[in-house]
Design a protein around this ligand. Sequence first.
Ligand code: ZN
Length: 394
Amino acid sequence: MTDNFPAALERTHKALDFLAEHWQEAEVGVAMKRLREDASALEEDGFAWSKEVGLNYVLPKEALCCKPIKESKARDGLRATTAGGPAALTHPGLCVAPAPPCGFGVFATCQIKKGERLGEYTGEIRSYDVWCDEIKARKVAARGSDAASPFIWEELYCAWSGNGPRGAGVVIDAYAFGNAMRFINCSCSPSCTFKSFGTGSEDHSRLEVLATRDIAAGEQLSVDYGWYHDPATLEDIRNEAVKAYAADLADLQALVLPAAGQTETASSSKSSGYAAAETASSSEAVQVVAEAILEARGRPPLREAPPSFLCRFLDREKVARFVEVNEGAGFTKASTYVDIPDPVWHLYEVVGGLRVGVPCRCGLDPSLNKAGRCAGIIGRPLQIHHLGRGSEPD
Ligand SMILES: [Zn+2]
């Protein structure tokens, strides 16, 4: 079949029109419309990229950030596995398009059935220890320290693919080389999974993307990258939670209950005296706690902006009662995450995830998570909210 840029451009415009129409006034729909109306958004370069990796639609210019490869290529003395057959083609119904706030995402332009193979996750086949050393060196160069967190962009495209010939681990890194699969975003309600196949003699595999449920036309593909399940990352998240809580401690201790019927918002709390802390200059977490108390014990404040995402991780009745009963003395010092008081530990864990660089905001994007239930940290189980902090992920 012959294909040329004008034909691919027309096809891509149709797909973007469909997606813009489908998502309408949602942020994702607005972004589709904006891209559709930008005459310079889709160019020959993007067409060439798509052609190279078997992507049916033109890759937007702004998404041209890595070199296209149809098959993974080996580095670090490793050999690519040829088991499992020729390169798995990218599903013809997939389109890479804007997915705010996550940059770009992969969208279905037709219905996809559970179990369908959507493509191969291609990238550079790297020895895990060599790759880690490179990431550490980049961190030292960028900020003078090789501390694990916060994560840097360069490490977010790496997927585990086996133990490898030396047992040191092998990863497929799609940061610099990859195909459309590298654009799949994370969701707490994922529709796809990465599955290994074609394990070679060096004990590492190829990865394919499979639909784990039926996917409707218009939906964005998603996987669960599961950062929360990585013990080192979880420890970082919780250490950051403790640091964030410590930094906010004085402001939290200064919070008091509002006088009956009070309606001032948290940001005007200084003049009202409902909270001794000047919450306008406090962290977002403290403002969310102050607002929750006011909403539980005063009257809901008038909103000028949408509520903070963080307020999802707080039970306002519980936090109001906590301040009421303890009269400001409840927020005590925490040396580990278990010491963070119960009504705010979940909130601070999500802040910790943000500080580490693994926040999840899928609940804000209906194309990525229709029900909007989001755990706030990539891979964090939703049910942990109900089970309590003693429940470790399994
Ligand atoms: Zn989420």
